[in-house]
Write a protein that binds this ligand. Structure first.
Ligand code: EPU
Length: 345
């Protein structure tokens, strides 16, 4: 049934299974679809929804639903994308938070505004991209970020945040810290630098360059390479439920790194600019023998141990049980506590 545009689209006892890429079962007491900034204000001003507990859902690609939600789930469906302005050293593109991220990447590359190609095929919505500062193959969202608009869920006021205000970190931002659950991102502005330089320092991309013999690939070629690399390693959520990397890559001190190398010299580690080391969580999990294993209907993907998958009909509790078992065995063998990347609800 079509709704008048000035009325909120509300669904009661709404199944969330279709709205999370893990395909986990959960029911929201109320689901409200937000098609505009005005809709966010309608929720804030609403007698009942204004005071209810709220959970903001984007593309549902970074969440593990372990229970039904008694409050209001806000599904962000604000659309629209345009070139906002052209500057001497950048194209500034503005995108509605509900736009699927990969389609935005693909569109910008086709329009001749490159810069997002390393972030191709990351599932989820554009509004969710800054929340966890998505990153892949040497580029993070913060490297291509101009500003965003968010509506405060208590006051209904719109604020514009620049990069310092977002406090981006590795898979982290102010929206995972003190603004968690307090505001809805409505629009994101991206800064695509010109002239464009490809970012090819990542091992997987270096391999593609060597195989193809192309020394100066264009953005479309890098986009195609990233898509091919991801398709070979990561499960398509439309086929096998998952939420991408389940754990963050842990950062340790040089002493801890030496200790772990002492336990297993093959550990994959990268020196960071501040002198600490990032360890490959996928390697640690793999070394503990988890690749391809299952606990109940939740499992560890057989081509990349960092990705937990729904083997069909898993519950959020099964995923969390598997995650805890992995954390215990990695802690037991390496003394490292792995931290989950998705939000666990
Ligand atoms: N490795 C193993 N066994 C495994 C998995 C990985 O030995 O089962 C080793 C690999 O051989 C490699 C190293 O671990 O030497 C790192 O693996 P990979 O290059 O696949 O990257 P990653 O650290 O697993 C991170 C991001 C991904 C991102 C890729 C590429 C995190 C938590 N994950 O994965 O992001 O696509 O780098 O940049 O930082 C995501 O956040 O959801 C995500 C997929």
């Amino acid at each position: 049934m079509s709704q008048p545009p000035n009325t909120l689209q509300v669904q009661h006892r709404a199944s969330l299974r279709e709205y999370n890429t893990f395909g986990l079962p959960a029911v929201a007491a109320t689901l409200v679809r937000l098609a505009s900034v005005a809709d966010v204000r309608r929720v804030v001003d609403h007698r009942e929804y204004g005071v209810a507990a709220k959970f903001v859902l984007g593309g549902g690609s970074n969440v593990v639903l372990t229970r039904d939600f008694a409050g209001v789930v806000l599904k962000v469906e604000i659309m629209g994308r345009r070139l906002l302005r052209e500057e001497a050293d950048a194209w500034i593109v503005e995108v509605g938070a509900g736009e699927p991220w990969h389609e935005v990447v693909s569109w910008t590359v086709q329009q001749g505004w490159p810069g997002l190609e390393n972030l191709a095929l990351i599932p989820g919505s554009t509004g969710a991209a800054p929340v966890q500062n998505i990153g892949a193959y040497g580029v993070e969202l913060k490297d291509r970020f101009e500003s965003l608009d968010a509506v405060d869920l208590v006051t209904g006021r719109t604020v514009t945040l620049d990069a310092p205000a977002c406090r981006f970190g590795y898979r982290d931002s102010v929206f995972k810290q003190h603004l968690a659950g307090k505001s809805v991102i409505t629009r994101v502005r991206l800064r695509l630098p010109r002239p464009w330089q490809p970012v090819l320092g990542y091992l997987d991309l270096e391999r593609k360059m060597a195989e193809s013999g192309q020394r100066t690939p264009d953005a479309q070629t890098v986009f195609d390479w990233v898509c091919a690399i991801r398709r070979a390693k990561l499960p398509d959520p439309a086929v096998i439920g998952n939420a991408g990397s389940f754990f963050k890559n842990p950062v340790v001190s040089p002493e801890q790194c030496r200790d772990i190398i002492g336990r297993d010299p093959a550990v994959v580690h990268y020196l960071l600019p501040d002198g600490s080391y990032k360890l490959a969580a996928g390697w640690l999990i793999d070394a503990c023998g988890w690749k391809g294993k299952s606990v109940g209907r939740a499992g560890v993907y057989d081509k990349q141990a960092l990705v937990l998958v729904n083997r069909g009909g898993a519950s959020g509790a099964e995923v969390v049980t598997l995650a805890r078992a992995i954390q215990e065995s990695v802690y037991g063998r390496f003394g490292i506590r792995l931290e989950p990347e998705p939000v666990i609800l």
